[in-house]
Design a protein around this ligand. Structure first.
Ligand code: ADP
Ligand code: MG
Length: 263
């Protein structure tokens, strides 16, 4: 089956007056329809840059990105949803007005989109808060609202850039349960950037491990956990979880074990 997304030997550098910052180097991977991949890598390695290329804020210098087998640059209309680190909800708008921002900007805030957004808000416990302002909602509800806003235009591919990093640990666990459930139930293909290995293992179907800058793909780890109705929390409690975690942790921290042996 043709992958939904394919990156082939993608390289990218930022050029400034101080010189060049090589951010990505010959990065290749693909994502199947409905697949959930997580990207982990050291801070500053190029993870957000990868998302910028996928939503065409930047263009690759070398290599090619394909969506449904066609180069991304040849798509005139492509639906990629991007959820940033902070929820970026506007305080002066109600939750419903925040969530309808995408359709409003595209001038398609019509019955069909409103109906879809209402369905999502009812399904995921936000409908009764539709007239509240973002400041009146908990951190978890705000993240759910931000995700529904991203889903409002029915994107084929969902990009999430460290969406839980501003939340405290407890909220983070709960929100990752909610977001996982929404993404799976709505059958979305998603790429989640995170610096948290446990979050990556418990949510994703596969984890892409990147090297320090410039980011190269050093390992692709399929997460195979046999269970009925998998959830992040249930995954955390499996024996496989620890094995996957350790494998990825060692790849990202190759010198730590060596130092311990030297001591
Ligand atoms: P990550 O998301 O993995 O932390 P980024 O993709 O944000 O890393 O950044 C990768 C590298 O590119 C970093 O060294 C960063 O300083 C640099 N960088 C990011 N954005 C820009 C930019 N707009 N101009 C110049 N350098 C940038
Ligand atoms: Mg980043």
């Amino acid at each position: 089956m043709q992958p939904l997304l394919e990156c082939k030997n993608v390289s990218f550098a930022y050029h400034g007056i101080d010189g060049e910052t090589q951010a990505l180097s010959e990065l290749s991977f693909s994502l199947k329809d409905g697949e959930f991949a997580a990207v982990v890598g050291p801070s500053g390695c190029g993870k957000s840059t990868l998302l910028s290329l996928l939503c065409r804020l930047e263009e690759p210098e070398y290599g090619e990105i394909y969506l449904h087998g066609k180069p991304l640059c040849e798509h005139t209309e492509f639906h990629i949803g991007y959820m940033p680190q902070r929820d970026q909800l506007f305080e002066w708008r109600s939750i419903l007005k925040n969530v309808m921002l995408g359709p409003e900007i595209r001038r398609c805030a019509d019955g069909e989109h409103l109906e879809f957004v209402e369905h999502l808000m009812r399904e995921y416990g936000l409908w009764e808060f539709r007239n509240k302002r973002p400041g009146e909602l908990s951190g978890g509800m705000r993240q759910r609202a931000a995700l529904i806003r991203t889903l409002a235009l029915q994107p084929e591919l969902l990009l999430l850039d460290e969406p839980f990093s501003a939340l405290d640990y407890q909220t983070r666990l709960n929100v990752s349960e909610d977001i996982y459930r929404i993404i799976k139930r709505e059958h979305k293909t998603a790429l989640l950037v995170t610096h948290d290995i446990s979050e990556a293992v418990c949510m994703a179907d596969k984890v892409l491990v990147l090297s320090a800058r410039p980011a190269r793909l050093v390992m692709e780890v399929p997460i195979r956990i046999e269970m009925k109705e998998r959830t992040p929390m249930k995954t955390r409690n499996t024996p496989e979880f620890k094995d996957y975690f350790n494998r990825i942790w060692k790849e990202l921290n190759p010198d730590v074990g060596k130092k311990e042996q030297e001591i």
